[in-house]
Ligand binder design. Structure first.
Ligand code: HEM
Length: 250
């Protein structure tokens, strides 16, 4: 079998192992025969999503878009940071053109801001389960070969010893440190991290160059920050509404 056939076969097996059980579960739920379990909860939540959100979750891009939601919330919550990042972009573009990937090395604060978004409201706090390949001992605990290991990446990126005042959004900490644990670890580290970081960077830079993001009148800072946090395997900070106005440049 050629590599395309192999890839097609792998795709079909993957689809059958994920979509098949899910479809059988949905049919059982429609007949009222499913147990009251986490899958039923997910199904109800999915039915409430609008079509763009369904598209987002189908295509597996939700991690990146959820990081961008946190970016927008952060802008509304921290106007001084928005102003500083906007000024950095304008200094590079002269306020007369959109920023590009070529500008990236000249935008250290915007890069740091993107890393801080990934740390501050990391979207996959427990990543994907790993397994130990050998017997091991960690901190006095014996871990037999084949154990399921779930890393608490949220705790790592909110460890006050490494990130003082971890709840505060502060890009400056990434001018020296980095927030890569947001993408997991070792062999199974997220292979999409380069594209994700690029998408977040270019979106952030373009938004900063063209818009000013604020919160609507009457919406408190706190409500704006995590007005509605959707918690699960992947989390999302959401705002009910934000105000986008044209940035005050040329
Ligand atoms: C902000 C955006 C993203 C975040 C925070 C993120 C985070 C993660 C994390 C934490 C893992 C688990 C890693 C581990 O087990 O240690 C993972 C796995 C994975 N991610 Fe991402 N991801 C993002 C975007 C993307 C994108 C854009 C793609 C595809 C283009 C992608 C494809 C994958 C794949 C295929 C895996 C499974 C890797 C494996 O099991 O070997 N991710 N991601």
């Amino acid at each position: 079998m050629g590599f395309k056939g192999l890839a097609r076969r792998g795709h079909d097996i993957g689809e059958a192992s994920i979509i098949g059980p899910w479809n059988r579960f949905k049919e059982a739920a429609e007949r009222g025969e499913s147990p009251d379990c986490i899958a039923l909860h997910e199904l109800r939540e999915h039915q409430q999503l609008d079509s763009s959100e369904k598209e987002e979750s189908h295509r597996g891009v939700s991690t990146t878009t959820r990081s961008l939601r946190a970016f927008f919330l952060m802008l509304a919550r921290y106007p001084a940071i928005q102003e500083r990042a906007h000024a950095e972009v304008d200094a590079v573009t002269g306020g007369t053109r959109l920023p590009s990937f070529e500008d990236r090395p000249k935008l250290p604060y915007v890069n740091a801001l993107c890393k801080e978004v990934l740390r501050w409201r990391m979207v996959a706090p427990s990543g994907i389960p790993h397994a130990s390949m050998e017997d091991d001992v960690y901190d006095g605990y014996f871990i037999p070969k084949g154990s399921m290991i779930i890393a608490n990446a949220w705790a790592m990126l909110h460890n006050p010893a490494v990130y003082p005042a971890p709840e505060t959004f502060n890009p400056e900490r990434h001018l020296t440190a980095d927030g890569d644990a947001a993408f997991g670890f070792g062999k199974r580290i997220c292979p999409g991290r380069f594209i994700a970081e690029s998408v977040i960077f270019i979106t952030a830079a373009m938004v900063l160059s063209t818009f000013s993001v604020g919160r609507p009148k009457g919406v408190s800072e706190e409500a704006c920050i995590d007005g509605n946090v959707n918690v699960g395997h992947i989390i999302a900070a959401m705002a009910e509404k934000l105000i986008l106005s044209a940035a005050s440049n040329q």
